[in-house]
Design a protein around this ligand. Sequence first.
Ligand code: UD1
Ligand code: CA
Length: 425
Amino acid sequence: MKIDDEEIYVMTLIMAAGKGTRMKSNKSKLIHKIYDKELVKRVAKLAHDIGSDDVVAVVGYLREQVESVLGDTVQYAYQEELLGTGHAVMQATKYLEGKKGKILILYGDVPIIRKETLLNLIYKSNKNKEYATLLTAIYENPTGYGRIIRDEGGNIKSIIEEKDANMFEKEIKEINSGIYCFDIEELLNALKELKPDNAQGEYYLTDVIRIMNDKGLKTGAVIVEDNTEILGVNDRTQLELLTRVLRMRINSEHMRNGVTIEDSNSTYIHDDVEIGVDTVIHPNTTIKSGVIIGDNCEIGPNAYIRENCVLGNDVKVGSFVEIKNTTIGDRTKVPHLTYLGDTQIGCDSNIGCGTITCNFDGKNKNRTIIGDRAFIGSNVNFVAPVTLGDDVLIAAGSTITDDVPSKNMGIARERQINKLRKNMD
Ligand code: UD1
Ligand code: CA
């Protein structure tokens, strides 16, 4: 990848071999989801998004599940026995040998770190010519984490694990996030020197820092500004916590860009959604990845905007409306109680309450196409495939099975008859 106009090879290694028993799950922890994306898939996407030249996942426990999610988007190394984080990296040696450049270490269960943070770590490691650059954080309660040992000059010396730390070291509040950027050649050299001579009998990746410093190789650290970025998922309460953190981060970003969100706590905007300025999102709304919404729209309350939807400007999608794979033109209103699937609607149309596109015939999904300035009465079914021209009116309660040409009215319902009731007086 390009770093400060220099072409530098960067491999990202995703640690994805661990067990995750605290999830109490029959599935691998790494394939649990935040919104609609698996944890490990999020990490792999990050690795690609920053421009990694290669991405390798170290898999082990329930590897088939992890591999079925990641497919051929990454290469794989296999860790048969979980003998520590250093041992996990050793399993990827074949991918590293002969390469010059950097290796970034990520974790399949640390999925909401920012792209910018990772790029900054790589940039800094390159600029300062460091053989190891750690991402650290300051924690009020550092219990459980590896502590960063610095000398009087503030230089990183080593990392000491909680279980190996003495009472003074346990007081240290700077912790190891577990995310690093290493020089590939010197990492390989250091890995050869790792020994499992510690409280847990494991090959610690953290020992690489001490080994490098003993050799006089420069190391350094970047302190993460937002501690929530390095949160990991070990159990389901943490899964919920990370979902919440990500939700607030995404929602805040939209608000900074000019979108009004009435209640962030009940607004679920997935990754990679575009929303124009002055659009208002009412509570209990879910908007899935990839959706595009124009300016000055009104969405919700209780709206569900699913995959592949594009909304123009000044569009209303109101309460209890679900839309999927649907395009809606400027100023069109879908105010309430409606399902639109595989639908295309032009501009200035009004879709009445209770409209349903019957898009699935049991085998295939079929499209409903509605032109400009359509007025669709309440409680209308469109049995797709069906096409309506411009300026069409559909009578309330109609089940539309045939196309309706422009400037026509479609009515498809039984005529009403009134009969005198018996025994009424
Ligand atoms: C590790 C760090 C610690 C840091 C902490 C941050 C070491 C020795 N310690 O501790 O300094 O503060 O992360 O969370 O690295 N894994 C494997 N194979 C293994 C062992 C682990 O793939 O053999 C994976 C796990 O699935 C997990 C990650 O590596 O995703 C971290 O392993 P874990 O044993 O949880 O390390 P910690 O004890 O938390
Ligand atoms: Ca939960």
